[in-house]
Every structure is written in C-alpha cells, then in structure tokens.
Design a protein around this ligand. Structure first.
Ligand SMILES: NC(=O)c1ccc[n+]([C@@H]2O[C@H](COP(=O)([O-])OP(=O)(O)OC[C@H]3O[C@@H](n4cnc5c(N)ncnc54)[C@H](OP(=O)(O)O)[C@@H]3O)[C@@H](O)[C@H]2O)c1
Length: 345
C-alpha cells in the first residue's frame, strides 16, 4: 500500500489566458501533498498524458463544447494512470485507467455516486499505454466516428485528410483505406509525407510546405475530392473547397491553423462551392460518441492485431517540459500523437 502522505503532487496550473501563441509564462508549477481517497474515490498515479491541440481552446474564456480551464486550476488533460489507493469497488488498486487526470502526477477521482463515467478501465494486454492515447483513445475515436458517421465513405471514393501524420489524421487515412477508399494526406514536410504513404499505406501525400495545395490536389485527386476530413482549417480548407465533387462531405474536426490567431478566425472564402456541388460541411465532437467507443476500439484493435493498422507516437518526458511540448503541436514539430510521459510505472 502506497504511503500517500509522503507523496508530493507536482502540477501545472493555468496562470493566465494566452494571447496568440501559448507561452511558458502562461503556466505556474505547484506542489501539494496527495490526500487519502474518501468513500467512492480513488487516487491515480499518472503515467502518460495526452497533449492535444484542443488544450489551446480550453485556455480561452468563452462558450465552447466544454467549460474553459479556470485561472489557477490544474490544466485539463486526458491520460493513462494506475490506481494507487481506492475506496471504489470498480477501480481497485493496480487497475489501469484512461481518465481526465490533468497535468499533474497524481489525481484523485470522485465517483461517489458509484458511476464509472469519470474513468474507463483499460487493458494493457490489448495494447500498450501510448496506443490507448492514440488510435485506441480520443484521437482514434475522433477519426473513426468523424470519418464513418459524418463522412460516410463509400468504396472507391477519394478521401483527403489534413494533419495526415498527426494523431487523428493517421487513423482517418487508415480507416478510409479499410473502407476501400483512395486516400490522400496533406502534411508538412517530406518525412511526414513519406511516413503516411510508405508506412501507413496512403495513396499520396501533399507537402503543403513545399507546394501549393491546389496544385497537389490537381495532381493527386484528378477526379476531385469526395470527402475532406479537415483538421487544420484556414487556407488549406479553402484550397480543398475548389476541388470537391458533387455531394461531397467535409468533416470539420478542427482548425489548428486558427487556434493561435489574435484576429478573427479565417472563414472559408470558397464556401459557395458547397452550393454548386450540393455538398455538406458538418462539425463533429468526439464526446458525442462516448457510448460507442467500445465499437471503434474493437475494430481498430482488431486491425492492429492483424498487422493491418499502424500508429506513431511522439513521447516526451517530464512534467516540467509540458509548456514547451505543447508548443510543438502548433509549430508542427511533433511527429505522431504527442504524449507527455510522467512516470515509467
Ligand atoms: N472535433 C473533435 O472532437 C476533435 C478531437 C480531437 C482532435 N480534434 C482536432 O483535430 C486536429 C488534429 O489533432 P491531433 O491531436 O491529431 O493533432 P496532431 O495532428 O497530432 O498535431 C498537430 C499537427 O497540426 C499541424 N499543424 C499545426 N499548425 C498548422 C497549420 N498552421 N497549418 C496546417 N497544419 C498545421 C502540424 O502538422 P504538420 O507538420 O503536418 O503541419 C502538427 O503536427 C486538431 O485541429 C484538433 O483540434 C478535434
């Protein structure tokens, strides 16, 4: 039994609302003792935390699909951890969970009403922890349901995905291939483009840092784009809109090119292409699919075990590097799902 009183919890708290790019000075580091769980509570030791573009949005004041992180609060983060003390029957000591742990070393989770909605038990025998934050975790669920439910791919269609080498993009492209689609990625740099084509099996990839996306689309999608899974927004969304087919579907998953804007979000100037092509553009939020996660996990884990599905993670170490690590998402320095390892076991 761990002596909780002897443990210090190292935490990262939001110090102020950022203006533009998130900065080191937007954070405070604090320490506090770990306290014993009360009835219906359990204490989790963080192993790995998920660093997500959405964190930038959670730092802003204002209405969104989830409340902003308050000034002075521990930064919100999903993660994988191990239960080290428990007064909850479904989460015994030793269990591994996927939960909203925050950017900290220990997290006390309250499920006093007996519900298990605050955390999900995971099986590390099925896949190692990083996969549970990537293809079997929130990004994978986003890709799976965004593509299949909102995009509704049909065999033979052409699917284009931006942020192709990233967490969501990797899974979108591979699931689209499983559905019999032709898949074209858009990513920054040769290394990322080579990875999605040679290792993930995409049909082509456009390096938006080396050529115009319009030119790349003309070459890679001669018959047009039936589904565009948009992770980046901005100019790339506009370029894809010029190439869509009749009844195309555009899945609005994210707009990372716009998250650090200090002026208004750049809207799609070419939106009348939706009218001309009788096309549809629809937003999606992964949390709407929570009840169906087991379905997606079973499908993706099945493909993984057959060797048909691959994923790449970019793991950085230590809670103190969190501010610098988060910035990597916006400069494109991360190569694969960005994960902060907080402890080894
Ligand atoms: N709707 C939902 O429920 C939901 C859930 C999860 C994620 N998302 C969204 O999905 C998107 C991808 O998330 P992720 O976790 O998979 O991140 P990620 O792709 O693993 O990492 C972010 C990547 O975005 C690219 N990027 C950054 N700035 C860019 C810019 N100005 N223009 C074009 N590309 C840029 C970079 O790749 P390059 O090197 O290729 O530029 C960077 O590596 C984000 O927009 C995120 O907010 C939405």
């Amino acid at each position: 039994m761990t002596q909780l009183a002897a443990l210090q919890n190292h935490q990262v708290r939001l110090a102020k609302r950022p203006v533009g790019m998130v900065k080191d000075s937007d954070w405070n580091f604090t320490n506090e003792p770990v306290s014993e769980p009360g009835e219906g509570e359990f204490v989790v030791k963080s192993l790995m935390l998920s660093l997500d573009p959405a964190m930038r949005g959670w730092m802003n004041e204002g209405k969104s699909y989830i409340a902003p992180v308050g000034i002075g609060e521990v930064m919100r983060a999903g993660g994988i951890g191990q239960v080290i003390a428990s007064r909850h029957p479904r989460f015994p000591v030793g269990a591994t969970v996927n939960a909203s742990l925050g950017v900290q070393q220990y997290c006390k989770i309250s499920a006093a009403d007996g519900s298990d909605k605050s955390a999900a038990l995971i099986d590390l025998a099925l896949a190692p922890a990083p996969k549970w934050l990537n293809a079997l975790g929130m990004p994978g669920m986003t890709a799976y349901f965004g593509l299949l439910d909102v995009g509704q791919p049909k065999k033979g269609e052409t699917v284009v995905v931006s942020g192709a080498a990233g967490a969501v993009g990797q899974t979108v492209g591979q699931v689209a291939r499983m559905m019999g689609c032709r898949v074209v990625g858009i990513a920054g740099g040769k290394a990322k483009c080579d990875f999605v084509v040679k290792e993930l099996g995409f049909d082509a990839c456009i390096d938006y840092k080396a050529e115009s996306v319009r030119d790349g689309l003309k070459r890679s999608c001669p018959a047009g784009v039936d589904i565009y899974f948009d992770n980046v927004g901005g100019e790339i969304l506009d370029a894809v809109l010029t190439r869509i087919t009749r009844h195309a579907r555009i899945v609005i998953c994210g707009a990372i090119s716009q998250y650090n804007n200090t002026s208004a979000v750049q809207g799609p100037a070419n939106y009348l292409s939706l009218l001309v092509n009788r096309a549809r553009m629809e937003g999606m939020v992964v949390f709407d699919y929570t009840a169906r996660f087991p379905e997606a996990i079973a499908a993706i884990a099945g493909w993984m075990s057959e060797g048909k599905f691959h994923s790449r993670e970019d793991i950085v170490d230590g809670i103190e590097v969190f501010p610098a690590a988060l910035q990597k998402l916006f400069s494109g320095e991360n190569f694969g799902k960005l994960i902060l390892r907080v402890a080894n076991d």
